[in-house]
Ligand binder design. Structure first.
Ligand SMILES: [Mg+2]
Length: 377
């Protein structure tokens, strides 16, 4: 171990930011800054969403810090296991502890890359694909279906390969509550986007479909060519998903609310999930995401980064999606706010619908620290 690679500081910074792709709501995350003796700095993020969860993650990050400070930034695997071991009573494999582990783990990967002058993508084994298609990920928020269809088509005109639309979200869209309106939405969006573009429908927690309703919508959406249906029965309904799978050929997506690879294995074992959502800011970091995505690849299922947070989770998702065979595309918020555009020197973006390759050491981005501290909650 060289002196330069010794971890000297771990700082948790709960922040909130305005999210234009979520009806301008304020969302919250817990950022983590890890520094080492040689002066390099790595950044990570817990995708906590709510301010109370950001503050709770910050407390846990502070409790993990003494486990790591004074040892080598190179030993990511060792630190990952020691954090999991430390949280044995309050969160082995679940909850806010997984988010805190995620934030430190992402920061350590970034830091290790910066120390070695290597991309996280290369530390993960390098890209397994030359191109990674991007789609828009957004929420339906407007009262007019025509206006939403026009907006979505304007995003996919930039080359994005399709759009995933959140139903049951803030705003006046009223999607996921009325069958006729939902079908009108699907038909108008697909017509507006034109051929060759995919539409994914992502149900929100307010939608509360039962199994017969999910089956009927799935069948109607399948007839209209919807590419996948996400969380139509929430995150934990194996029997309901088995019934849905038996009644419809639509691709079923869920998994982003799992906490770790073990949870992902459990849903894979049900045989009811085709696209497994994974959030690096929640599923125990880059280390946890890679483990879970490798399980998806073994099961011949698609893994998909839940990339709806700041540029730090976006950079981690970009590296992982290029590195993991199970990942087939990357979701990008089509309209960037400060957390995606201004937080970093080089926002994660696409060129004619294909995600740019990461550049530069670590996660390939430098953080605007002044902005971070001005967003602190
Ligand atoms: Mg989702």
């Amino acid at each position: 171990m060289t002196k330069a690679e010794i971890v000297t500081g771990i700082e948790a910074i709960p922040v909130s930011y305005r999210e234009p792709t979520d009806h301008n709501r304020h969302r919250s995350v817990c950022l983590v800054r890890v520094s080492c003796a040689g002066g390099a700095v790595g950044w990570g993020e817990a995708c906590t969403y709510f301010p109370e969860a950001s503050r709770a993650a910050a407390h846990i990050v502070e409790a993990f810090a003494p486990l790591i400070i004074g040892s080598s930034a190179m030993d990511i695997e060792r630190h990952w296991h020691s954090m999991k071991g430390h949280s044995w009573w309050y969160g082995t494999g679940a909850g806010i502890a997984s988010m805190a582990i995620s934030a430190i783990d992402i920061a350590l990967w970034d830091l290790k890359g910066k120390i070695l002058g290597a991309r996280v993508l290369d530390l993960l084994g390098g890209p397994v694909k030359d191109q990674l298609p991007a789609i828009a990920s957004l929420h339906g928020t407007k009262a007019s279906v025509d206006a939403m269809a026009d907006d979505i088509a304007s995003f996919t005109e930039t080359g994005l390969h399709g759009a995933k639309v959140g139903f049951g979200k803030a705003g006046d869209a009223y999607l996921g509550f009325d069958e006729e309106r939902d079908l009108q939405f699907v038909e108008k969006v697909m017509t507006a986007m034109g051929p060759g573009k995919d539409l994914m429908v992502d149900l929100g927690v307010k939608n509360r479909w039962d199994v017969p309703m999910a089956i009927r919508r799935a069948q109607l959406f399948e007839e209209r060519g919807v590419a996948w249906l996400e969380e139509p029965l929430g995150h934990d309904d194996p029997d309901g998903y088995a019934a849905l799978r038996a009644a419809s050929g639509i691709r079923i997506a869920y998994g982003e609310r799992e906490w770790n690879a073990r949870g992902v294995q459990k849903i894979l074992d049900t045989g009811t999930v085709d696209v497994v959502g994974l959030d690096p800011g929640r599923v125990e970091g880059i280390t946890g995401f890679k483990r879970a995505a490798d399980l998806c690849a073994l099961a011949r299922r698609q893994a998909n980064a839940h990339n709806f947070s700041t540029a730090i989770v976006a950079a981690a998702s970009q590296a992982l999606s290029f590195a993991c065979p199970a990942c087939a595309l990357l979701e990008l918020q089509p309209v960037y706010g400060p957390a995606q555009a201004d937080l970093v020197d080089r926002p994660i973006w696409h060129t004619k619908g294909f995600v740019d390759l990461p550049q530069g050491p670590g996660l390939g981005v430098e953080i605007d620290e002044e902005m971070v501290h001005s967003a602190r909650i």
